[in-house]
Design a protein around this ligand. Structure first.
Ligand SMILES: *[C@@H]1O[C@H](CO)[C@@H](O)[C@H](O)[C@H]1NC(C)=O
Ligand SMILES: *[C@@H]1O[C@H](CO)[C@@H](O)[C@H](O)[C@H]1NC(C)=O
Length: 242
């Protein structure tokens, strides 16, 4: 039926990428908090576009994130919980360097401390810091020379286009064996990449996914992948309702 039938019984390595979902969904409008912000790279955003950042989103343009993205310092990144979360950000308390208005950005990466800088730099815990694409930064700063600007930020719901995307990565082979319909937990490999190993049973099976957010919201996407799914394909599931 599929190439998955080729080597019966061999362990398969399945890696599922869960896109466009924040693991800690926002349930109510947050209060404004205070941080500061800089930008990385240049206007093209190519600096992190290719790697896609620590959240493992891959090519950010292909995944629909574009340039409206940001890295955040460790206290805000919160061990990947904030990946995919959206924040409204505005510059404040500096009439010289602040442009009016606000922007909304999606967290796609971690801004790590820099050991070469005194005190570990702007992203050293417990500092709250946004290191965003230049094209977003210049919307809230009067100039790209403005340096590290004081900002206010608050969590907002992300504008959703479509459902959670699942991409079955990796490679493997196995035999069809008709396992029962029970959930198998997946372990985080890195970012939003989740893995199951030793699961030849999943090849040749329709797959459903259940995603749980950091604050316990659950969304189930039934039969997202048909029985003849192939590695590398992307499937779209249900979406969280905020
Ligand atoms: C606003 O800026 C002034 C001058 O830099 C500073 O003293 C003050 O602490 C700032 N206010 C807030 C709320 O950060
Ligand atoms: C940011 O998101 C909030 C909440 O969804 C929305 O009210 C606001 O208009 C958005 N701002 C921009 C600049 O898109």
């Amino acid at each position: 039926m599929t190439k998955a039938m080729a080597m019966p019984g061999v362990a398969v390595y399945i890696l599922v990428w869960v896109g466009l979902v924040a693991l800690s969904a926002v349930t109510q409008q947050d209060e404004w908090d205070i941080a500061d912000a800089t930008f990385y790279g240049d206007m093209s955003g190519n600096a992190t576009m290719v790697a896609g950042g620590d959240c493992g989103y891959g090519d950010l343009f292909a995944q629909g994130y574009g340039l409206e993205n940001t890295a955040v310092s460790g206290v805000l990144f919160n061990d990947y919980e904030t990946c995919g979360a959206c924040f409204e950000v505005r510059c404040f308390n500096d009439s010289l360097r602040c442009a009016p208005g606000s922007i909304n950005v999606t967290v796609t990466s971690l801004c790590p401390p820099d050991p070469r800088l005194p005190g570990g730099g702007l992203c050293q815990p417990p500092r709250k810091h946004f290191d965003m694409s230049e094209s977003m930064y210049v919307k809230i700063a009067t100039s790209f020379h403005a340096g590290s600007i004081p900002i206010q930020f608050r969590r907002v719901s992300c504008v959703k286009t479509g459902g959670i995307k699942f991409q079955i990565k990796g490679s493997g082979s196995g035999s069809e064996s008709g396992i029962g319909a029970s959930w198998t937990p997946m372990e985080r490999e890195w970012g939003q990449n989740w893995q199951i190993t030793k699961t030849p049973e999943l090849v040749g099976q329709r797959l459903s996914f259940q995603v749980t957010t950091g604050n316990g919201k659950v969304v189930v996407s039934d039969n997202v992948a048909p029985a003849d799914w192939q590695f590398g394909q992307i499937f779209e599931g249900a979406q969280f309702l905020y």
